[in-house]
Design a protein. Sequence first.
Length: 381
Amino acid sequence: MFSVTETEKLFRLFLRLGHCRSGLTLHVRTILPRPRGSRSNTLTARKIAAAVISLSGMLTGAEYAHACAPTATFPDASVSFPATISVPANAPVGTVIATVSGPIPNTAGATYSDNCGNGGGSVFWALTAGPVQPNRIGATSVPGIGYTSSISGGGLSGTATMDTAIDGASLPNNSGANYFSSQVMVTVKLVVTGPVKGGVLTLNPTGPGSQNVVGYFYVGMAGRYAFRVLSPSGATSITARGCNVTTPAVGITLPSVSPSSLSSTGAVAGNTLFSLGLNCAAGTSVNLTLTDATTPSNTSNVLTLGSGSTASGVGLQILNGTTLIAYGPDSSAAGNTNQWSAGTASGGPMTIPLNVRYIRTANPMTPGKVAGLATFTMSYQ
């Protein structure tokens, strides 16, 4: 199940009650390189030529001259996500929406570096042979979706997440070979990074990293890799589950009632039906919280009288069928206080039937105007 963290305010409930004899009107309103130049010096025959190589901002951890380098390039590995993935439009940042794993071919028992000298070298699992950014989240073409990756096995210590030095620059300073003691595995996860808009998935369409490349296993010298992992573009479509409001304004007139119909505390009268209209993606679990805008901390089932009210001892209640709706915080988090389920959308129009009524709350009761203000907050789970 997924929930949302970004509140979508769908409705404002504005209730205006005239004299108890004149009726109640309920209104719902929308809330809502150039390559680096080189400097050359003319050298005389007596001068000794010197070359200085700068390797700044690259994966570091060892001397690079005669340091470890890959002995071979292994076949590319490939991972694919499901053809379609459905995500709540406002799923919390960090939500993992898909996970795939797979082996790196031909790695078990294979040598990946040799001739380590001048300090040995480092092994990195990284997005790019540029400045490292530990636990980096890679970009995708779908707004609100990124990815992470890790490798494990092969005799490497633990699990290496993206842009992480493996075994802490532990490649030996000798001429011996370094090899994978078992098969290397890769795991790739799609994660929510913001509001999800949906689209066709491509990894690293712009910015750091190579398009369609999950990551590289760099060995010793920056820019040299033993293997890489690919993920084909255009093979996965991501859809954002959510709803659009089709009834941005709903006018409700309650019947006129006499004081005798509200003769004692707790008495109710004037029950009137209304509904909220939505258009939702199939499979969307629609949940709502009704918040008292005048008193946001209110968790009772009686709406606080708002600005413009002249009546007293009377209030309003909203029901879902025969169930009273209690108020809760303005939050779309799953499990929010007094959040209630409106059901799962089958796709297309969806109607949420509700009703509103008067309730006597105290003695004495004074006729007059009653105004109340509430908001509905949706949660897609």
